[in-house]
Design a protein around this ligand. Structure first.
Ligand SMILES: *Cc1c(COP(=O)(O)O)cnc(C)c1O
Length: 567
């Protein structure tokens, strides 16, 4: 039942289950892990998102790595519970009715939290409006604005229709939900019997809102021309639209500023990202809460079985993963081998490749977009082949989707396919199609090393390396995002470069980073893996004990509770 301490968590995407394609990548997986940990910790939360009936997209790759996208239709009717309540928003002067599907997240201690998935596919709505909750990040700018109206404004109205009358905080997971600020102001205006939004109304809204910003990349910050906003958002009448104008620079509504200006607590998602955000948004107070991942979701069954033998109740107390240092080496190694054999069999079956389960295996998977530099490993093929021959054999598993309109990301996948062809017969590299939660779970547990090569400072946090760490898979990464906090050299993993961007930038920086990557593999990591296995397993144990025990959403949600929800 809705209580007065409820936290409403709004996110355009939430990764809930392998069978529900309601997420695109890191942001959605984080949202799902957040709700799972809130349920574990009995934090009163209701989550709001869209149903995305056609999903994000299914990735197809041709022989040259050319990506095409197919819809991923799924059936909310088969997996979710329809709620009786209805809400309405006004778009371009048309009334659009919304319903909500409920998904229950079950916590480790028996608590259940609802996720509400908003759906405009109702008879009575105009045909085009019925398609508004079909495609995650699909369509054009207008489509996106309509979706954000459904999420932000429709979401608040749906909560009210379901009896959530006194929500303690509205948490905007990224700016997509920021229009909820307008709806809260509208409610407050009516409550006070006013017909315009005064300063006092705005002052009353601010303590209700929490905003988490997720990216230092400008394309990650939504904005809409004011003329479009006036045409599409027809809910409040002209006088009230003045309120939106306050957040417009050059006649553009920036969702990030709307959220920043109206939240009592704002944070970035790692310490470094907090710093970068403070530089970007100088006039605002921006804190940081470093991301995490949900341990019970991301640790592979084979590794869970070992941890269960040695650590009591770690699912409800992730900090106790520190005791992983006491797990006998041979037990952890055997479990890791089992996870690796699973991955190898799965990849070979899916791709027709021949990976070997005794060869050192590198994993790289994340959204394909230029700043993540997925091709850095191939900067100098001769150098890579030389160390593969001299220091010990390597094989590599890649995965990742490019956003349909990210031409640079699509080029990158083709580029990797070209390198794969050049290495054929000498060094095996496979690119697994259609990277999703199911693929990620196998990959983060089944490789021997997780590789991460972003262009600093553009990786806000990154979370896949945290998933790997919990499975005892150490990371080799550029010092950016969470790795600045998580890397203890030779103890939890390894760094690429020295964390300074003072190496010239551009081409030189790329060469510098590539050389550092090759050098670490050749002189430190491969010799340790092949000739000093006990030490390698020590790094694996430290990855779980030091990083798994901290970079989890249990600790993260606790910090949100203390800093943002109940303060
Ligand atoms: C964890 C995850 C991501 C995010 O990975 P990053 O390292 O943060 O880029 C993306 N996609 C899927 C399917 C994931 O599970």
């Amino acid at each position: 039942m809705p209580g007065s301490d409820t936290i409403a968590y709004f996110s355009m995407e939430i990764g809930l289950e392998e069978a529900m394609p309601t997420y695109s990548g890191g942001l959605g997986v984080l949202a799902g892990d957040t709700v799972r940990s809130a349920a574990d910790g009995d934090v009163p939360m209701v989550a709001v998102t869209l149903v995305h009936r056609k999903g994000y997209f299914r990735q197809r790759l041709d022989a040259a790595g050319g990506q095409t996208e197919e819809p991923q239709p799924w059936s909310p009717e088969a997996l979710l519970t329809e709620m009786p309540a209805r809400a309405k928003v006004s778009i371009e002067g048309r009334e659009v009715a919304l319903r909500a599907w409920r998904y229950d997240v079950h916590g480790a201690g028996g608590v259940t939290l609802p996720v509400l998935l908003l759906d405009s596919d109702l008879p009575g709505n105009a045909d085009s409006d019925r398609r508004l909750t079909d495609y995650l990040y699909g369509g054009d700018e207008r489509y996106r604005l309509c979706q954000e109206i459904v999420l932000g404004i429709g979401g608040v109205r749906m909560l009210r229709a379901l009896g959530y009358d006194s929500i303690r905080r509205f948490h905007m997971n990224e700016g997509h939900a920021a229009l909820l600020v307008l709806e809260l102001g509208f409610e407050e205006m009516k409550r006070r019997g006013l017909d315009e939004v005064t300063r006092e109304v705005a002052v009353a809204v601010k303590p209700m809102c929490v905003f988490t910003t997720h990216t230092p990349v400008p394309a990650g910050h939504d904005q809409f021309p004011l003329s479009m906003l006036r045409r599409v958002l027809t809910d409040y009448g002209d006088a009230y639209n003045q309120r939106a104008v306050e957040f417009c620079l050059d006649n553009v509504l920036n969702m990030t500023y709307l959220a920043l200006d109206n939240s009592h607590y704002v944070n970035g998602v790692a310490k470094k990202h907090g710093e970068i955000s403070r530089q970007m948004f100088g006039q605002y107070k921006v804190d940081s809460i470093t991301n995490g991942v949900h341990a019970g979701t991301w640790i592979a069954p084979q590794i869970q079985a070992v941890i269960d033998r040695h650590i009591a109740a770690w699912r409800e107390d992730n900090a106790s993963l520190r005791y992983a240092l006491g797990i006998p080496r041979h037990e952890l190694w055997a479990a890791h081998q089992a996870a690796k054999q699973d991955l190898v069999a799965w990849v070979n079956q899916r791709t027709g490749a021949t990976l070997f389960s005794n060869t050192f295996t590198i994993g790289f998977a994340r959204r394909a977009t230029p700043y993540k530099r997925a091709d850095l490993l191939f900067h100098d093929l001769q150098r890579l082949l030389a160390l593969h021959r001299s220091a010990g054999p390597i094989q590599v598993v890649y995965g990742g989707k490019a956003h349909p309109r990210d031409g640079g990301g699509k080029d990158l996948i083709r580029q990797i396919f070209a390198q794969i062809a050049k290495l054929k017969g000498q060094l095996t590299v496979v690119y697994v199609e259609d990277y999703d939660i199911a693929a990620a779970r196998r990959m983060v547990a089944g490789v021997d090393l997780w590789l991460n090569t972003p262009q600093p400072p553009l990786e806000a946090s990154g979370t896949s390396g945290m998933k790997a760490a919990m499975n005892g898979v150490p990371q080799l990464s550029i010092l950016d995002g969470w790795w600045i906090e998580g890397c203890i050299e030779n103890v939890t993993g390894w760094s690429i470069g020295d964390g300074n961007a003072a190496n010239g930038g551009g081409i030189d920086e790329r060469a510098f980073d590539a050389e550092s990557l090759y050098n670490k593999l050749e002189t430190v990591i491969l010799p340790m893996f092949y000739r000093d296995q006990d030490r390698y397993i020590d790094v694996m144990r430290h990855a779980i004990a030091l990083n798994g025990s901290f970079f989890n959403t249990e600790r993260m949600v606790d910090q949100y509770v203390r800093k943002a929800y109940f303060r």
